[in-house]
Ligand binder design. Sequence first.
Ligand code: CO
Length: 164
Amino acid sequence: MRRIRKYGEEILRKKAEEVKNIDGKIEKLIRSMKETLFYSNGIGLAAPQVGVSKRVFIVYDREKENLITVINPEIIEKEGEDIDLEGCLSFPEIYFSIKRAKRVIVKGYNEKGKEIIVEGYNLISRCFQHEIDHLNGILIIDYATEIEKEQYKEKLENLLKKKK
Ligand code: CO
């Protein structure tokens, strides 16, 4: 179980590093990310959110009860559009309306080092795009309108005040 980094913490803005070796260290990281995700009841988590600037994310597909881990992810196909409210464990109780591709195909590696190709629709597609954004230092607030930011002004300011 690791502490989830919140908006205002520098690591969330860094471009995460490519994973060179899928070794015991990465396995350990993934294990702790899974624990952290389940404990926080989230659907997705990227390594920078637990303080590790590496290109790793996990997404839990509740419908299929499937936990997807992708190392060095890359979107190879995008299709359609979908606008919906989107939250983030690094922005507690804050939701912004974000346009995402309705379907994506992501290529990467699983924790065993095997190349994988995963397809996501709707919510899962949204999660894949959200988590890959994290690996590039992009956060949900970057998509928000001034009106939306105003709506959450107090919560956002409190997060920035708390930052370490
Ligand atoms: Co997030």
